[in-house]
Design a protein around this ligand. Structure first.
Ligand code: FES
Length: 105
């Protein structure tokens, strides 16, 4: 099972195994990661699951498609080139060890 590492703005880190096929918002919620509010439950309509994919991983996660990109326009934290909505990233073996950064509050 892929292990995902969430780096928090205060320097803490939370790591958890996420079932392949599950999205990273669900994984964060299950692991109790703060700052991933997920108000829409993963239907791409709230942008409260915003993360920054670590630059070393962005080629493997890929970047946002047009629909996700439109939602990223309304995130409260600054939007960066590595911004993604974590409900749109699906855990897989290829993402084992993935590092994502949770924006500060
Ligand atoms: S949980 Fe709402 S857009 Fe990801």
């Amino acid at each position: 099972m892929p292990t995902i590492h969430w780096k928090l703005a205060d320097g803490q880190s939370i790591s958890a195994d996420v079932m392949p096929g599950m999205n990273l918002m669900q994984g964060a919620t299950n692991a109790g990661v703060p700052g991933i509010d997920s108000e829409c439950g993963g239907c791409l309509s709230c942008a409260t699951c915003h993360v920054y994919v670590d630059e070393a991983w962005i080629e493997r996660t890929g970047t946002a498609d047009d629909n996700e990109s439109a939602m990223l326009d309304i995130v409260t934290a600054p939007r960066l080139a590595t911004s993604r909505l974590s409900c749109q990233i699906t855990a897989s073996a290829a993402l084992d060890g993935l590092v994502v950064h949770v924006p500060g509050q």
